[in-house]
Design a protein. Sequence first.
Length: 202
Amino acid sequence: MINRYSDVGVVFFGPPGSGKGTQAESFEKEGFAILGTGVLLRIKCGEDPIFNNKYGPTMNAGKLLPDEVVTGVFKSYFKKLPSKQNWVMDGFPRTVGQYKDVRGTLLEKNKKHPIVVVIFQLTKKLDQILLKRVLTRGATESGRKDDNRKSFLRRLKEYRRNAPEIISAIKRDHFTIVEIDPMLSKEEIKGLIWEAVYSTKR
């Protein structure tokens, strides 16, 4: 896929193991800046020993940090993006509070260049499949410290609790929405995302 556009914004929202990170890596290869809270928080921990000592253990346990901490880190990196830089928000926001905190920023961006929100769907039958994905990833060098059964179940529970209200709020704000089955191939998912991006540029 050849990227012909600038200042494209895409938000990946979905449960753990649904493929958000895989798609983010694909878009990164095409020059997109990746604004994943997990990645940004790990960068922050590496840059700031005090922050790491305070929040690193919580992150490694797969638990959520306070909303104001997460959105503060996100906003600090978002402001540093060069003009016309394409970007992807990977797995953010995770709570209603986080969405409310960044809503104004996203709506302002959306006025200039429509943002595409990709919602990775979740059904009960997908739970075990997503768990297997996470455990497989955890066994590789690229795996995260919280890629284990206990952390996955905790993260999934948090997602199920927060997702309905966040999705409703996102839909009320009239972003360009594309809902995707995580069981589609990587190529099919990427194609659907770019189709949505193209539709905002016509």
